[in-house]
Design a protein around this ligand. Structure first.
Ligand code: ADP
Length: 268
């Protein structure tokens, strides 16, 4: 009798344990399901925003193609102007598609980082020569102060693109006649790069969103209609994959400084 009761008690205990385990599994499954749904929603949002951004240059291109096929131009000058607009739309789409692919690679950790010793002086000089025309076109004076012999272990292409994005932004978001200053120096065991401009600044209320995907501040959109809002998101991922930090200081209407701190001897 005693053993029967004992056996019954044992079975009840086991049932109780199994029930607890099932509840835990159920909770874990619900949580995983919620995470999958959130991921699915964010992917849909990503595709929807990307498609909307591609639609504008594609529509422009379609219209220009129509004009070309019907030859509705006043003269050769107008024709050449439309062809140049078509080229700009195409460039815009290529840049957007490249940014989208980069975001996907970084998020899915498919992006390959190749760490080698790079010389920051050489890298910034190369970027400056690439952005000089953009600065000239907007009458922006470019000043550069780089400490010589500043080396670090990093992915050369990714750091090049990151610095280019920061300098291009500084030029884009500064009105004619302004100044953009780039400095690079060594600070303890890190390299500090600062891109400072005398531009439009970032509104206080929108600062927390600056490194999020597709975000563009209202004042920036007014001044410069073209932009994906992906550059700084990519920049932050790249800096973090180098064990570094990126941040900014800004006063609306006066200017912005972006800071990048990269450890010299980081290994992935
Ligand atoms: P994009 O320049 O294509 O819009 P980014 O991701 O590079 O995308 O920048 C996101 C937003 O951050 C910009 O749209 C702008 O609102 C703001 N921003 C970036 N750099 C500056 C700057 N130097 N001055 C003012 N606003 C800036």
């Amino acid at each position: 009798m005693n053993t029967l009761e004992e056996q019954l008690a044992q079975v009840k205990k086991e049932q109780h344990e199994t029930a607890k385990l099932l509840i835990r599994r159920d909770l874990a499954l619900s949580r995983a399901n919620e995470q999958l749904q959130a991921l699915d929603a964010s992917k849909s949002e990503f595709i929807s925003i990307a498609a909307h951004q591609l639609r504008t240059p594609l529509s422009a291109l379609k219209w220009i193609m129509h004009m070309l096929s019907t030859n509705e131009f006043k003269d050769d000058i107008e024709r050449a102007d439309f062809i140049s607009k078509a080229a700009k739309s195409t460039d815009r789409m290529i840049a957007l598609v490249n940014d989208l692919l980069e975001v996907d690679h970084l998020q899915s950790r498919k992006a390959q980082f190749v760490f080698t010793t790079i010389e920051i002086n050489t890298l910034i000089t190369a970027v400056i020569s690439e952005v000089r025309e953009l600065a000239l076109n907007r009458n922006i004076s470019l000043k550069v102060f780089i400490e010589k012999e500043t080396k670090l272990n990093a992915d050369s292409t990714k750091i090049h693109d990151l610095i280019q994005n920061l300098i291009e932004n500084a030029i884009k978001y500064t009105k004619e006649g302004g100044t953009v200053t780039v400095t690079a120096s060594t600070e303890n065991d890190s390299v500090k790069i600062v891109v400072k401009d005398s531009g439009i600044g970032i509104p206080q209320s929108q600062r927390s969103k600056i490194f999020t995907k597709f975000f563009r501040a209202t004042n920036a959109m007014k001044l410069e209609t073209v932009g994906s809002g992906l550059g700084l998101f990519i920049a932050k991922q790249v800096v973090e994959r180098h064990g570094g930090n990126i941040w900014f200081e800004s006063v609306e209407g006066e200017g912005t400084s972006f800071f990048v701190l990269l450890p010299i001897g980081f290994t992935s």
